[in-house]
Design a protein around this ligand. Structure first.
Ligand code: ADP
Ligand code: 5GP
Length: 190
C-alpha cells in the first residue's frame, strides 16, 4: 500500500471556471479521482450523467441522506447537492488524490470531519468577468443566472476561510498553480 491520497476541496462561485480548471488538472496529472456529486438539479447541455454528476430525484436524494451516505451535503439555489462518502474514502485509501468541487457550506463540513484536507477557493479575476463567463456559457435561464450571481456575492467573502486562493485568469496558469499547491501540500505532509 502506498500513501493515503490528499483530499482537495475546490470551491468558487458558479461560472468562475471550476470545471474548466479541474478538467485541465486531469489532463496533466494521473492518480487523481473526481468525487462525482449527486444533485437534484437538471443536467445542462453537455453534462454526462455519472461523470459530471449523478442526476437523481428528490426522493432518491432524501433516501441517501437518511441512510447517511453523504460525506456532506448542501442546498444551492433551490437544489440539493451531496458527495457520496464511499468513493471518496475508497480512493483516498488507494492513494488517489481526490478532488471535490463543492460550495462553501459543504467545504466547511468536510474540513471539520477531515482536517487533513486542503481547501482551495477558485476566484474570478473580477465580478464583471464572472458575470461575463456565466452568461457566456449560455446554459442557464436569466432567472438562474441572477440567482447564481447573488449567491456569488455571498460566497466571495468566504475565500478568507480557505487555505489557498487561486485566481482563474487563464485556465492553463490556474491549473498549473493548483497542481503546485497539491504537490507542495503532499510533500509537506510526508
Ligand atoms: P464553473 O464550473 O465554475 O461553474 P465553468 O468551468 O463551467 O465554471 O466555466 C464557466 C465559463 O467560463 C465557461 O464557458 C468556460 O469556458 C469559461 N471559462 C472558464 N475559465 C476561463 C478563463 N480562465 N478565461 C475565460 N473563460 C473561462
Ligand atoms: P453547479 O450547479 O453550477 O454545477 O454547482 C453549483 C454549486 O454546487 C457549485 O458551487 C458547486 O461547487 C456546488 N456543488 C456541486 N456538488 C456539490 C456537492 O456535492 N456538495 C456541495 N456542498 N456542493 C456541491
Amino acid at each position: 500500500m502506498g500513501n493515503r491520497g490528499l483530499l482537495v476541496i475546490i470551491s468558487g462561485p458558479a461560472g468562475t471556471g471550476k470545471s474548466s480548471v479541474i478538467n485541465e488538472l486531469f489532463r496533466r496529472r494521473d492518480k487523481l479521482f473526481f468525487s462525482v456529486s449527486a444533485t437534484t438539479r437538471a443536467p445542462r447541455k453537455g453534462e454526462v450523467p455519472g461523470e459530471s454528476y449523478h442526476f437523481i430525484t428528490r426522493e432518491k436524494f432524501d433516501e441517501m441522506l437518511a441512510k447517511d451516505e453523504f460525506l456532506e451535503h448542501a442546498t444551492y439555489v433551490s437544489n440539493s447537492y451531496g458527495s457520496p462518502r464511499a468513493p471518496v474514502e475508497e480512493k483516498l485509501a488507494e492513494g488517489y488524490d481526490v478532488i471535490m468541487d463543492i460550495e462553501v457550506q459543504g467545504a466547511k463540513q468536510v474540513k471539520e470531519k477531515m482536517p487533513e484536507a486542503i481547501t482551495v477557493f477558485l476566484a474570478p479575476p473580477s465580478f464583471e468577468e464572472l458575470e461575463r463567463r456565466l452568461r457566456g456559457r449560455s446554459t442557464e435561464t436569466e432567472e438562474t443566472i441572477v440567482k447564481r450571481l447573488q449567491q456569488a456575492q455571498r460566497e466571495l467573502p468566504e475565500l478568507r476561510r480557505y487555505d489557498y486562493t487561486v485566481v482563474n485568469d487563464q485556465v492553463d496558469r490556474a491549473a498549473g498553480e493548483l497542481l503546485t499547491i497539491i504537490e507542495k501540500a503532499k510533500t509537506e505532509r510526508n
